[in-house]
Write a protein that binds this ligand. Structure first.
Ligand SMILES: [Zn+2]
Length: 126
């Protein structure tokens, strides 16, 4: 039976995993290591990739590098941490304001209008 750890416990597990490995080349590897740390607290703990990604991006001690790909996927929240996105605007040749991309106010994600992330890597910043 699976159990869902508290946010505080996940943060602790993320910190331990980052401290041990310093960086992770993929979300899959990061998640595996977080689960390994969580299992030291409770053997039934598990975490989804999505929750691992969001809490890591919001932790304040991890820099997330994102590889974007082109596509017309639309999102209203940050695709990395679900934080608020700020529009990056530019002026067109005719002086009209156009949105060229988005920046996250929480984790610093940046992407162009027609891009979305396909790969993440994680780096300890402490
Ligand atoms: Zn974000």
């Amino acid at each position: 039976m699976y159990k869902i750890p508290k946010e505080e416990e996940i943060r602790k597990a993320i910190y331990k995993a980052m401290k041990k490995h310093n960086s992770f080349p993929s979300l899959k590897k990061l998640r595996e290591s977080i689960i390994e740390e969580l299992h030291k607290m409770d053997r039934n703990y598990t975490i989804s990739s999505k929750r691992a990604r969001i809490l890591t991006a919001r932790s304040g001690f991890v820099k997330v590098n994102v590889k974007n790909t082109e596509g017309d996927k639309k999102f209203s929240k940050c695709p990395v941490c679900e934080g608020k996105l700020k529009e990056i605007k530019n002026l067109s040749l005719t002086g009209k304001e156009i949105i060229i991309g988005y920046r996250c106010t929480l984790c610093d994600y940046k992407g162009n209008v027609n891009e979305f992330p396909v790969r993440y890597s994680f780096h300890f910043t402490k």
